[in-house]
Write a protein of this length. Sequence first.
Length: 318
Amino acid sequence: MDRKLSLFDYFHIVAFIMFTTFTTIFLSLSYNNATAKFERDAAILNEKYLDDKKKMLRNEVEEFIDFIDSKRKNVYAQTQATVKNRVYEAHEIVTALYERYHKTHSQSQIQEMIVETLRHLRFENGQGYYFITRLDGVEILFADKPEMEGKNMLGLQNSEGRYVVKNMIDIALSSNKEGFYEYTWSKPKIQTENHKKISFIKLFEPYGWIIGTGLYLEDMEVKIKEEIVNDKERLLFDKEKNNYLFAGTWDGFSLTYPAQNKNMYNVQDKNGKFVVQALIEKAQHGGGYVEYVMPPLKGERNLTKLSYVTGIEEWKWY
């Protein structure tokens, strides 16, 4: 015969059901809370990792830029020293010729002797030459453009709108009678006139002549550019993790690994992003971070990548 459930039995059953329900809810809430906490902690850790990675990338790039800047400053100082020393040498030659012949030869003979002597003197692998200008602006010697000799250059302006010859005359007439002058100028066989030149001029008083020479800064920087892009040890700053610095030009030409000597301007990643164009744009607007998928290049995996990029405006580099 079936035993009827007593009130006490019902109480136990209800209590068990409630216990089970509350336990299930508690465990569920605990699991959900634990999951949410895990996700929050994971997000915080991921954010910290990303932040640390960004700081590392930026620091490495900025240290490299500082290294390049120090190299450029050295080249600038060396260029100044070179043009000054060369003008001093020329001034000594001119002074010696004048002292030797001014009592035995006519002024025109001595001047021709001086001009032709300096005309054939070259330095820095033929890049450096001398010029002589009268204080009234007439060009006496222009070894690079002899067709300009005999012409008055006072009204000549460069691409910046500066009166180059007039400014040099002002330096010659100053109390020091010599000094440096920087300006942009044209280069042989190149159409543009925005090439920075560092010149030094010195007054030769007996004839009221300015003797000078100059060198293009970009020509003097060629050697350090080659050293920088081929300094593999410095570029690969973390060999174990294959973290490296890279550089390229604003027209998309890659100067270093992983695509050295290739034009990458129109290369896209698997998402259709023009990677190098994005890097260049960021570099031209103050620098920043660019995320992309690594294009298929030898030695590189096709993974998502984060880079920090900045520009060297004078070199048109990123």
